[in-house]
Design a protein around this ligand. Structure first.
Ligand code: XMP
Length: 335
């Protein structure tokens, strides 16, 4: 357990020593981990850090604007916003396997970085928001010796990249990363946002990824999150979620919540007509460490409202289901 001011001075000194006068490039995803890494490294080396924010077309609704406002406008961090939707979706076309999708997304990230890093004459480092559970789970072997799930942001970079890896959050758990973010001056709401995986909606659209599916999922997901934030909650805090403070709403009471797009059509009725449209699954979990998790006992009234809103507002979705699986044996994400 770290004392944060001490941790910051130590980490800042270590980053300065490691990096010297080199330039550092960092992939900013909008998630908590890469955001805190960016803030920490910016604290250490200022303008030697350039963040690359890749819009891969698999972001949440309005994510791009939020990230640019936060980092470029408010914190004065150098951020390049790269529109790579066509590149990512093009390479993902026809690919249904979850690990294959992760590998493609990871590879395209590296490629975008390589191009951007090439434009920075001294870029020698690639910084990543890898945290301790990522390290364990990627290294971890299941009973049969297989890797459980390969995190796209962990592990060896191709040698052609010619960038060394800077991972200042490697020793921290999620709750420590959040405390660090607050100590670095990031807004509370930003730091206490639920984590978002690097492959983004790419692993929340089951099977083949299509722009049409991503657009539907983004809107359904935004409705779910909006209602979670709006709905007061009177359950006691889970220790790790907010340092013992009782959560004010169901967003704060859950560790991660999102919608998943199921490329399955089912029959419904709308007015006089029959519909035949896609299904969205809602997932909300509570967890101390993301290694195990329980499904959140959201009020039925909240689930009902979210379901009605999604079906009424997102044409193309006519059925909403709630995931009541724990981890293990399920994982938090569906892929
Ligand atoms: P699972 O699904 O393994 O998720 O129970 C545990 C935590 O990890 C996140 N996750 C990922 N994060 N790249 C990431 O950066 C990935 O490929 C990835 N897969 C899962 C997940 O959102 C949850 O917080």
């Amino acid at each position: 357990d770290w004392n944060m001011p001490d941790y910051i001075s130590e980490a800042v000194a270590k980053i300065r020593e490691q990096v010297g006068t080199d330039e550092v490039i960092l992939g900013l995803s909008g998630g908590v981990d890469s955001s805190v890494a960016a803030a920490l490294i910016h604290r250490a080396i200022g303008d030697q850090l350039t963040c690359v924010f890749v819009d891969h077309g698999l972001l949440r609704l309005d994510e791009g604007k939020m990230v640019m406002d936060m980092f470029a406008k408010n914190l004065g961090v150098k951020v390049l916003r790269i529109d790579a939707e066509d590149q990512f979706l093009g390479h993902l076309a026809g690919v249904a396997d979850p690990e294959a999708k992760r590998k493609i997304i990871g590879r395209e990230f590296v490629e975008v970085f390589q191009v951007e890093a090439g434009k920075l004459k001294n870029a020698k480092w690639l910084a990543q928001g890898t945290i301790y559970p990522d390290v364990i789970e990627s290294a971890g072997k299941g009973k049969k010796g297989q890797t459980i799930k390969s995190h796209h942001n962990v592990g060896g970079l191709p040698e052609t990249l010619n960038l060394k890896l800077l991972e200042p959050l490697r020793e921290l758990f999620k709750d420590e990363v959040r405390k660090l973010g607050v100590a670095l001056g990031l807004p509370h709401d930003m730091v206490y946002r639920h984590p978002f995986p690097g492959p983004g909606l790419g692993v929340r659209i089951l099977g083949e990824v299509k722009k049409e599916f991503a657009d539907l999922l983004r809107r359904a997901d935004a409705i779910f999150i909006e209602e979670l934030r709006k709905t007061p909650c009177d359950i006691p805090a889970l220790e790790s979620i907010d340092a013992g403070e009782a959560p004010k709403n169901w967003y704060e009471a859950t560790s991660q919540a999102f919608a998943v797009f199921l490329p399955v059509k089912s029959v419904g009725v709308m007015g006089d007509g029959r519909t035949y449209e896609y299904v969205v699954a809602l997932r909300a979990v509570q967890t101390l460490d993301f290694m195990t998790a329980q499904w959140a006992h959201l009020p039925h009234s909240l689930l009902g409202k979210v379901s009605n809103r999604i079906i009424n507002e997102v044409r193309g979705i006519n059925r909403v289901v709630y995931d009541i699986s724990g981890k293990p044996p399920a994982t938090i994400e569906w892929e």
